[in-house]
Design a binder for this molecule. Sequence first.
Ligand code: SF4
Ligand code: SF4
Length: 501
Amino acid sequence: MRRARASFEPERTGSAIVVDQMSESFPASGGARHADMDEIYAEAEHWHVNTGNETIHAKRIPGRWRTIKWLAASVWLIFFLGPYLRWDGRQAVLFDIPNRQYHLFGATVLPQDFWMLSLLLLFFAILLAVATALAGRVYCGYFCFQTVWTDVFTLIEEKLEGNPAQRRRLDAAPFSLKKLRTKAIKHLSWALIGFITGFSFVAWFYGADKLWRDFFVGDANVAVYAAVALFTVGTYVLAGWMREQVCFWLCPYARIQGVMLDRTTVVPTYDEGRGEPRGRMKKGETEANRTTGDCVDCSQCVAVCPTGVDIRQGQQEGCITCGLCIDACNAVMDKVGRPRGLIRYASLDEMEGKHAPPMFARPRVWVYIAILVIALSGIIYGLSSLTAIDLKVLHERAPLYVQLSDGSFQNKYTVKLLNKTNEDLDIAISVEADVPVTVTRLEDSIPAKHGEVTPGILFVKIRRQDLSGESVPLTFVATAQLPNGSEIKASRESAFFGPTQ
Ligand code: SF4
Ligand code: SF4
């Protein structure tokens, strides 16, 4: 664990100036503030750091970072609402695993296009590394499903069972019908959210409409019921029972993040130089005669911490960078009339008064950005070049060519047509070349089932007098009409071979 030291630097905000002015009049209104602090000190005895052997009942207080946390968490609404989004008359995003087709806003991605998935994974891995290098476990604090679901579960717990002190009392209270009813409602609510989570997850793969039709009448397959059950139980256990202990003790990302942070990483940091020596406020104490630092040792920063970390011990792996301790400490600073920012987002260099280079001046940031741009360009290229039909042409090698009785030469080709649409199509094949060619033994069109590869054989003939060299470049073109009247095409280069001249 590292400890940050710094000289005192009050936060220069409008509200901080007001607070500063208030501190001048502290003795006059000190009685009220001491009354507030007495209350806080009384509850401080309950707050201690996470040892992993008891449930953390974190206190909820409003504040800037709490609001940002909710806004960031609201991104997860896409997870629940996304399967109901329609595009061209069908589910906009559908990962159709049984048919090995993935529909993304009208584009169909088949297994052979999976190189894009590798790029997508690379993109998100690097994005996570960038975010961690710049702002620590910011993903954990604001976006991770474990912290977001836990936040919702504990909010329900608070609504039903009360604040942390009331919850602890209820946990310790003997069995009663009231306790049974409260606990039952809570656990049923958790299980319901777990079920909705599992149902929404499966809807991305099975199709939302079909899932609603099949699930409740028992027509869905076993894998669907198993997946929903697994998610229901998993969500209930991880977000309801294990919650912050997952972040603290189980998550592998917490273990590897240490190698991604450096002295310039901006994380919630306790300003030790300003806060120490910490000490509780005493009756009759004024700003002029106090001998302690700005930390009034109220433990509010520990009280609100969802993982039960004491940020005053320095940056540590249990900290998920959520900023809630900043809100708590700022509220206390407001109460006691001291400037905000005793805990604030800052880098170690900044805390030690060293020059912190701006983000764009760090080579590591540019390397990360370059990899992100390359991965993103590859994904965009891949998506924009997806065709509705895919054509492969294989030239028969044995024999390479045959000479016909009229003196012309003939080559044999096997074409493979992949129909990526949702419709069965009749696909016509034509051949283009710089010399006259005749395509023989080919039906007018090849019937190609949707989502399948359909082979076909064709012969190309060129007259002897038109063969100017050993080979002639050919372009095979596959053309089909969609039910809506639009035409789709795919082409593939190949060659015609004749005798050595
Ligand atoms: S120490 Fe602060 S920033 Fe870290 S997890 Fe706890 S409340 Fe969030
Ligand atoms: S850092 Fe702030 S919230 Fe934490 S104990 Fe000190 S004064 Fe209280």
